[in-house]
Design a protein around this ligand. Structure first.
Ligand code: AR6
Length: 172
């Protein structure tokens, strides 16, 4: 059975098998959580990312964690909210989560932490994302057992409140 938790804080500090990066299609670093992960992981990460030839929206790619406490990083690219009809943006956002979880299952990685993908610079409405993500990630893990722990790592208190609400709506 998978244990889910919602935490507030900096994802780069988590000592866990995998943290997920909300990257862009170049995988060559940017601002937000992407910049924080590259700063904390060190130069080796950018060198490995250069060899990956980018990543399409909704897809996900694995690298080592370098100087992070996390052993691995999964880089995924969320949708830019303004560039898609809402239902298509939902589908692409969920692909980021599902493809990241699939990599963990395939590699036997037990614990993963996600940031609130696309809800910063990429402009996806945070409440819509929280409700969509919590419901569908829980469902995915029921259908595909094998992960021990999934953390939703919220940077700010507003995101954490939205995730707490979404979680309670589902379990109540
Ligand atoms: N730990 C956890 N969450 C964080 C951290 C952190 N250290 N820093 C920020 N967040 P964003 P996006 C939260 O903008 O919307 C980059 O330039 C943040 O508060 O990082 O997917 C990439 O290269 C927000 O809730 O990612 C892309 O070009 C969430 O992480 C673009 O931004 C996502 O915000 C991706 O935009």
């Amino acid at each position: 059975m998978t244990v889910f938790s919602i935490q507030q804080g900096d994802i780069t500090k988590l000592d866990i098998d995998v943290i997920v990066n909300a990257a862009n299609e170049t995988l060559l670093s940017g601002g937000g959580v992407d910049g924080a992960i590259h700063r904390a992981a060190g130069k080796g990460l950018l060198e490995e990312c250069r060899r990956l030839n980018g990543c399409q929206t909704g897809e996900a790619k694995l690298t080592r964690g370098y100087n992070l406490p996390a052993r691995y990083i999964i880089h995924t690219v969320g949708p830019v909210w303004q560039q898609h009809p809402p239902k298509e943006a939902d589908r692409l956002l969920l692909n980021c989560y599902f493809n990241s979880l699939r990599i963990c299952l395939k590699k036997g990685l037990q614990s993963i932490a996600f940031p609130c993908i696309s809800t910063g610079i990429f402009g996806f409405p945070p409440q819509r994302a929280a409700q969509l993500v919590v419901k569908n990630v829980i469902e995915f893990c029921k259908i595909h057992p094998g992960l021990a722990q999934v953390i939703f790592c919220c940077f700010d208190i507003e995101s954490k409140t939205l995730y707490d609400q979404a979680f309670h709506e589902i379990v109540s």
